[in-house]
Design a protein. Sequence first.
Length: 145
Amino acid sequence: NEVNLVSLCQNILKQFKHVYRREITFHSEEDPIIIRADELKIKQVIIILLDNAMKYSKDKIDVFVEQNENHAIVRVKDYGIGIPQDEINNIFERFYRVDKARSRETGGSGLGLYIAKSIMKLHKGEIKITSKEGEGTHVLLFFPI
Ligand code: ATP
């Protein structure tokens, strides 16, 4: 099935902005950007990333959709608490949460990124995270095209 990542992200952001008072900015220079995927599952991945960005930051969130020769790319960028360098490899594990104390207030099961990674694997894609404590987190989804 064909999915337009641009309209999918725009629709999800519209819903988020309705429900939450947050500045979420969408960036894309092309439309459409089409991948072959299960739309509901990709929607779930993007919601997981946005949900995390909302939980672990207070300022604006930027969402980018773009493509190069080989990949369509979705990026979610926040300017929140970030993830300590030595935890980055753990956060994809099932039920893993950074620092139980700081996470307790925000709630969550530690399943989100595990599910996101599983869905990306299913689509022969990749999920990558770069982050700096106190500065923010950047999550990238790569889809083969
Ligand atoms: P849920 O399953 O409800 O999403 P969760 O957010 O705890 O709960 P994951 O999405 O798997 O679970 O994230 C794992 C951990 O990674 C989180 O507990 C949090 O510590 C850290 N994390 C994930 N995204 C971010 C982010 N954008 N900024 C800072 N920390 C993050």
